[in-house]
Design a protein around this ligand. Structure first.
Ligand code: IPE
Ligand code: IPE
Ligand code: MG
Ligand code: MG
Ligand code: MG
Length: 293
């Protein structure tokens, strides 16, 4: 994981415009938002899915997976910058640093998000990452995951739900959109950029991705309630303070943890047909559920 994280860090550094390129303040803020922080879970999923897609290890084009990783991580970083804005979650701390609108200003943070989203698509379209028809499908996959039927749709449900008590199906719908969609896309894109997969294996991979996508946000809710600001690098206890609907509120901590464990087991089971090729994905499911930050 450390090796992939280092590769992706270097790739992100390369794809972002240098901070002295005009408009320098915007480019500086984009780099501030993306570089030097974050667990890079989505890039790790891209690489692990790419490895899982290959029948023989060692044939994977790491450069392709790096490009796909940059696309999903830039999309994710944009979603965090906008999520933290005063008109959304109004957070002052992210990845252990002041949020972009605090360090720079609100209009800059808005534009950083806009530009990072465009940059994500730019990267997916720029180089040859798969057969042309497959690459077009990859662009479509990212667009669908990010848009109103995906992440942004989930964020809209989140904002509309403040102070309301959601039913469990409503809560699940919100979480699989706001967080699950981009995680699911990361897995699908990594696999597609690496090699064609038999239909049954793809279905297993997608079942895995859906389970960990939901688990990721369930654990995010638990950590918000249980961890500290210093450990998380973002303000702890914010969900309860803001009256957000979360799995902790809906189920209580103990049952929320049970759900995360059930989803981890489901993710493991979904990968069974892949055998050894699924090892890294299994490790990532464990990391997503057992993480402390
Ligand atoms: C936080 O995502 C926001 C959610 C979607 C829950 P991460 O926990 O992946 O944040 P970073 O990238 O590591 O900072
Ligand atoms: C954010 O969910 C999901 C996104 C699409 C960014 P949260 O609002 O719970 O994420 P954090 O806790 O601020 O990272
Ligand atoms: Mg939010
Ligand atoms: Mg938030
Ligand atoms: Mg949260």
């Amino acid at each position: 994981m450390g090796r992939v994280q280092a590769r992706v860090e270097a790739a992100l550094e390369r794809v972002l415009p240098k901070a002295d390129i005009v408009p320098a303040r915007l480019h500086s803020a984009m780099r501030y938002a993306v570089l030097g922080g974050g667990k890079r879970v989505r890039p790790l999923l891209v690489h692990a899915a790419g490895e899982a897609a290959l029948a023989q290890p060692g044939q994977v084009s790491l450069a392709r997976l790096d490009a796909v990783s940059c696309a999903v991580e830039l999309m994710h970083a944009y979603s965090l910058v906008h999520d933290d804005l005063p008109c959304m979650d109004d957070d002052v701390l992210r990845r252990g640093k002041p949020t972009v609108h605090v360090e720079y200003d609100e209009p800059t943070a808005m534009l950083v998000g806009d530009a990072l989203q465009a940059a994500a698509f730019h990267i997916l379209a720029e180089e040859r990452l798969a057969e042309p028809a497959d690459q077009l499908e990859m662009v479509r996959t990212l667009a669908a995951a990010a848009g109103s039927r995906g992440m942004v749709g989930g964020q809209a449900i989140d904002l509309a739900s403040v102070g309301r008590t959601l039913s469990l199906p409503e809560l699940e719908l919100m979480h699989i959109h706001k967080t699950g969609a981009l995680i699911r896309a990361s897995v699908a894109l990594g696999a597609r950029a690496a090699a064609p997969m038999p239909e049954a294996e793809l279905a297993g991979l997608d079942r895995y991705a859906r389970a960990i996508g939901l688990a990721f946000q369930v654990v995010d809710d638990i950590l918000d309630a249980e961890s500290t600001t210093a450990t998380l690098g973002k303000t702890a206890g914010k969900d309860a303070a803001d009256n957000k609907p979360t799995y902790v509120k809906a189920l209580g901590r103990s049952d929320a943890k049970k759900l995360a464990e059930e989803l981890r087991a489901e993710a493991h089971a979904a990968l069974a047909p892949l055998g050894e090729r699924g090892v890294r994905l299994i490790e990532l499911a464990d990391f997503i559920v057992l993480r402390k930050f």
